[in-house]
Design a protein. Structure first.
Length: 127
């Protein structure tokens, strides 16, 4: 068990739909942190915000065996209590009317990540 106030912020940046195999690791780390009872937020920036568009994660497999999709990971993370945020700037740049998946917690910007990162007990990982 981890002490109260521990938080992990995962920034999904280069793990975007152009390389679905890169998407597994951030979710594995998020799930491991939740298993340790650490508060976890995932922020989807740049092209990675597209994972939160309806239908995109459903058809993207993270392994050669095609055993698990990014959407499978999204569902597991959400069920474990990971909060998923779409970057406001990335949405403005990439969204063309697409609906966000139900697991999306909300929309947040860079200030949210920076504000969390400077708090005691918070760590940030970037993928």
């Amino acid at each position: 068990m981890v002490s109260d106030g521990e938080k992990l912020v995962i920034v999904m940046w280069s793990a975007d739909p152009s390389a679905p195999d890169r998407a597994a690791a951030p979710f594995v780390y998020a799930l491991a942190a939740r298993a340790l009872e650490i508060e976890v937020e995932m922020h989807f920036t740049a092209g990675a915000v597209c994972w939160l568009f309806e239908g995109v994660a459903d058809r993207a497999f993270t392994d050669r065996a095609r055993s698990k999709t990014v959407r499978d990971f999204v569902g597991e993370a959400s069920a474990a209590g990971v909060r998923l945020y779409a970057c406001a700037m990335a949405l403005a740049e990439r969204r063309r009317g697409e609906a966000l998946i139900a697991e999306t917690t909300g929309i947040a910007g860079a200030a949210t990540v920076v504000g969390a990162a400077v708090q005691p007990g918070c760590r940030v990982m970037v993928f």
